[in-house]
Design a protein. Sequence first.
Length: 388
Amino acid sequence: MTTATAIVAGHGIAFRRNLHLPNPPGKPSFSVARPHAHYRLLVPATPSPRPCRSISSESPTAAAADTAEEEEPAATSEESEEEEVDPLAEVCYLDPDADAEAIREWEVDFCSRPILDARGKKVWELVVCDATLSLQFTRFFPNTSINSVTLRDALASVASSLGVPLPDRARFFRSQMQTIISRACNDLGVKAVPSRRCVSLLLWLEERYETVYSRHPGFQKGTKPLLTLDNPFATNLPDNLFGDKWAFVQLPFDDVREEVELLERRYAFGAGLDLDLLGFELDETTLVPGVAVESSRAKPLAAWMNGLEICSMEVDTGRANLILSAGVSTRYVYAGYQKSPATTQEAEAWEAAKKACGGLHFLAIQENLNSDSCVGFWLLLDLPPPPV
């Protein structure tokens, strides 16, 4: 694909084609409303509105919990109000205002944690949530019971404990757990989907590291994750995923919100993010960077792209390539450009704009770069790997 030079339009709002390139010293390099974007995961409080277990005698942390209860004096009512998350407790929560039947997708992680049990062995944990965190479930396991049968039974207990149906799909982001998770889900009639679009789960794990794991009596500081995320070399893009032209573009944050809302209201290819849940603090005029793609077969292209679980895009300025990340460990050379000082500056400005927006960016597919509609729109987010 070659770089387009036109201003791109979508749904009656104009994409800004040219990124402002670095100016002489003393002048701003590009116009964004704020120098940085801050987001925080808004995790609802988790008192369980339905009866379900918090700690069982089978939990590898149960003995530690009993000991802790014996040693700690009774808290005053004032202290109880300010009580922090109990690192020994397991979560079993369903938002009482949520429509249980409408929760059709779960995000799942099943992996060891930087915690040792009484035997000196690493504790494993199942963490389950939905994209809105209306459903939250965690359970600890000893390392002697890690298999697809254990996971299958635990996933079934999520549904039975909270009184919700099993989901249609379960996303997971660790490629090393694909066999166990796929078998467990298959036994339950659930489609296992390898994907890094587990944004709520990834941010919840980051939050749990600070509030739960690091405060656990068995916490092992400095322990590296047992199952790290893959980041392989980018491969050639399949022929059916090529577009005709592409361009670096920008869209005001307020219009990005509108695009996400349009995805929910009409039939379209793409995927959004819950920006309210993520707590993005961006001015509505802040320019969010993206990539617009033109294709004479835009609808088939968008349909094929829709099955990739696209999670992010980045520029490899050294090789003058645009890299598309999808699934859990797939990276494609999505497009290239002729390397020159000008194009390198534009690519660097695009990456800088993405960083200034907290990693937020997008991919838009159109029938032509001057059209007033998008056939596909994906809101993407760069996230660091979880600390566990």
